[in-house]
Design a protein. Structure first.
Length: 116
């Protein structure tokens, strides 16, 4: 990926040109594009995959592209399906459990430099 935090992201990106990183058992991510302010990440889950409960300074918006997920944000837990979404404010504890294999699209502000 040719992005830099100080540069301009490419106008177009091809999925086959980006690598996948395994981040947990049954969970892998693909950084789609980013600049200093925003990052778009695709996260692929096998059934039973866990996005461990965590927090970070970044604001996070997540869209369920496919599958079924039990999502916890703060003290609230809901089951979300394709087309649903959730918001995690800065430093808010959140996590997911994949109930049926699927994909989340995560948007972070600012970019998650720890992913690079």
């Amino acid at each position: 990926m040719a992005n830099t935090l100080n540069g301009t992201p490419p106008v177009f990106g091809r999925a086959d040109a980006r690598s996948w990183e395994t981040v947990a058992n049954g969970v892998r991510r693909q950084i789609l594009t980013y600049d200093a302010n925003t990052m778009l990440v695709k996260v692929d889950f096998d059934q039973g995959g866990i996005g461990s409960r965590h927090q970070h300074v970044h604001t996070q918006l997540s869209y369920v592209e496919s599958g079924v997920f039990a999502v916890t944000v703060g003290d609230e837990r809901q089951v979300l399906r394709a087309g649903d979404c959730f918001y995690a404010a800065s430093n808010e504890w959140h996590g997911v459990e994949c109930l049926e294999a699927g994909v989340l699209l995560d948007v972070f502000n600012p970019a998650r430099t720890d992913f690079l």
